[in-house]
Write a protein that binds this ligand. Sequence first.
Ligand code: C5P
Length: 224
Amino acid sequence: MSENRGPVVALVPAAGRGVRLGESIPKAFVELAGRSMLCRAVDGLLESGVVDTVVVIVPEELVDRARADLPDSVVVVAGGDERADSVRAGLAAATDAELVLVHDAARALTPPSLIARVVAELHAGRTAVIPVLPVSDTIKTVDVLGTVTGTPPRSELRAVQTPQGFDANLLRRAYRDVDGDATDDAGLVERLGERVRTIVGEPQAFKITTPWDLALARALLGQA
Ligand code: C5P
């Protein structure tokens, strides 16, 4: 257990179908150099030395397989149709958590040092912490027809990674009280009007979403 506060529980949503990756199995179960993305993401959390319990959330039909693949200490639960449903299922299995990390299985190569830095910020008293990187592309907003509607100043934009770290009660409140979708967990916390703190992310924490990302991940691991 961590010294300063109660248990740190990491939730790993891995119940997505991963359609954009174009593989025949759900994305988290795709292997990188002989080890699944899910196992690699969990390895990183355990290696960080700052996480007490890992809860992974997988498609219902893959619960038994995940239990067989992962260390006995890892809790495995079934996810839902949307990512938010999967995170809710994970939160329900983490009732004693005082600090919660939410970490996408798709960020399988995230360095343990980044995980430790997020938790250090929580221990220092922050209640919501996210790793971010500057964006190198110019980003446009567009309408349904693809016509440009705006160009937000690039200097104000950041690409957001995981793990995202929260005071557990704050994240529970966000999932209970905020209606509507968010593509990340901090988005819900922001809508409560709470302050979200950014720290500098890591290029290796990129999300493996497309065949291109998969090729990059395999190349980084030295696998052709
Ligand atoms: O779809 P997206 O790439 O944003 O998914 C991010 C993470 O959320 C992935 O690790 C995916 O497996 C997970 N997810 C989930 N349950 C869903 C959809 C996505 O756990 N229903």
